[in-house]
Design a protein around this ligand. Structure first.
Ligand code: ZN
Length: 480
């Protein structure tokens, strides 16, 4: 393992001229703008734009001589896959994975049309700018750059191994990630797993700089929480609104929600222990003391201090990453103002840490409700998926971390867990470890996590300019 802050002597990206990188950046930005202008919203209404996006990506691959296959398992919903061949001496392939769908973007509070791809003051605005058409475009540019290098050497990337590649590179951009992936990666896992079977995958949401106490941290996602969604039907008694009753189902639902939304106890997983330790080593004074308290298992007390010191979104993330969480996000009760509702329905979004499973979450819900309230409840599991953990000391992780250090010698890469789910859940079924790595160096004031699914989602053009060679180096080191 190389020491922090020690750039390696030669970076694969140095073999390309500054002009070649400038052209690659221009094309990356143009691709990203084109993709943002395709409103591949999930849920699709009506289906179509996800297929348009898949076809646009396929067309760009083919323009560089890379054969691409578009799958359309559901009408109007497309995913695209491709492969660059190595000489086969380096082991199993590397998978470059991303998704082309985005969440809806009600435009009222945006300062730019979310589907116009406007550029202003060094930022490219639009739904998908960071989640995650940016990495789609970056991975696409890496594949095109390699294919064009082969073509320049007189080779056909459709037929010949790419010079310098010892492993194959698999490229997959999927539909439907934002709604569980069943019409995207889930379908590919079932019907064409050969497009995904790899030694490891580079996936979304990691490798983005986060400045704390003057130090740039680059959390690389190696794990993600699991989820369980429950629907709870609560039985009360119907009646006339003029004579209130304690078993009004809305009243029972309110009490259930109060009990369920009290934060549970903190528990530190190995990845988050490593995250807090590594951050403490890098940070000065008070901040380090605080993080050591988190790493030392005193997370419950330390997080109150973090709340006061951190941007709210990071404090919320820190709290969510050291405990199983329950968020009641849907409540339905009542039919008319003067009718006491005899039934209410609530839906819970529960996210569990590695080491907790679905039966344990259900048991916690039942214990929180208590026997009396529980007797009025019928709990139904809507959907669940397990937590995902990749090895944060693997050769691939080390290569990702080193690529960051090579391009930002003062930056500190460190492993982290995501509170949310990605397509990595589906890769778990094939035993492919996934690493969240969409390298971006951002200004200290840019609270990147707030852009996710948020208003004025945007990505810094300088961040992309920095990130593309970082990704290039990581891919070539692992596959070369
Ligand atoms: Zn995403």
């Amino acid at each position: 393992m190389a020491a922090q802050g020690s750039p390696q002597a030669s970076r694969p990206s140095d073999a390309r001229s500054a002009e070649a990188w400038a052209r690659a950046h221009e094309r990356l930005v143009e691709t990203l703008r084109e993709l943002i202008r395709i409103p591949s919203v999930n849920p699709p209404d009506p289906p179509g734009p996800e297929l348009d996006a898949a076809r646009a990506i396929a067309a760009r691959l083919e323009a560089s001589g890379v054969p691409a296959t578009v799958y359309e398992p559901v009408p109007g919903r497309g995913s695209v896959v491709a492969r660059l061949r190595g000489d086969g001496t380096g082991g199993d392939p590397l998978l470059l994975l991303s998704h082309l769908d985005v969440v809806p973007a009600p435009p009222d509070r945006w300062t730019h049309d979310p589907f116009a791809g406007d550029v202003e003051d060094g930022y490219l605005y639009g739904r998908g700018a960071v989640d995650m058409k940016d990495l789609v475009a970056m991975e696409l540019e890496v594949v095109r750059g390699l294919a064009e290098r082969a073509a320049a050497a007189g080779l056909d990337p459709a037929l010949h191994p790419i010079p310098g590649l010892r492993r194959d590179i698999l490229f997959a951009v999927t539909a439907d990630e934002e709604a569980g992936g069943h019409a995207g990666i889930g379908w590919i896992v079932e019907h064409h797993p050969e497009h995904l079977r790899a030694a490891g995958a580079i996936n979304e949401s990691g490798g983005v700089s986060l400045e704390v106490g003057g130090v740039r941290l680059y959390p690389i996602q190696v794990a993600e929480k699991g989820y369980c969604v429950y629907r709870i039907a609560i039985r009360g008694t119907w009646g006339h609104g003029s004579m209130p009753r304690p078993d009004n189902a809305a009243v029972l639902a309110a009490e259930a929600i109060r009990r369920l939304s009290v934060p549970g106890p903190a528990r530190l997983t190995p990845v988050m222990a490593r995250f807090f330790e590594a951050a403490a080593e890098a940070l000065p004074g008070d901040a380090a003391t605080l993080l050591r308290a988190m790493a030392g298992g005193d997370a419950g007390r330390a997080e109150a201090a973090i709340d006061q010191r951190c941007a709210p979104v990071y404090a919320r993330a820190a709290r969510a990453l050291v405990r199983d969480t329950i968020s009641p996000n849907v409540i339905h009760a009542g039919v008319k103002y003067n009718v006491i509702p005899g039934e209410a329905v609530i839906e819970l979004d529960c996210r569990h840490l590695p080491g907790t499973d679905e039966p344990a979450i259900r048991a916690d819900i039942e214990a929180r409700l208590g026997p009396e309230l529980l007797a009025a409840c019928r709990i139904e599991l809507v959907t669940t998926a397990p937590p995902v953990v990749a090895d944060h000391e693997s050769p691939l992780y080390e290569i990702l971390a080193q690529a960051i250090r090579d391009h930002d010698p003062d930056g500190v890469p460190l492993p982290v867990m995501a509170p949310f789910a990605t397509d990595a859940k589906h890769l778990l079924r094939l035993g492919v470890p996934a690493y969240g790595f969409s390298p971006l160096r951002l200004e200290a004031t840019e609270t990147y996590l707030d852009r996710y699914h948020g208003v004025d989602e945007r990505v810094s053009l300088e961040g992309l300019r920095w990130g593309l060679p970082v990704l290039w180096d990581a891919v070539l080191r692992f596959c070369g």
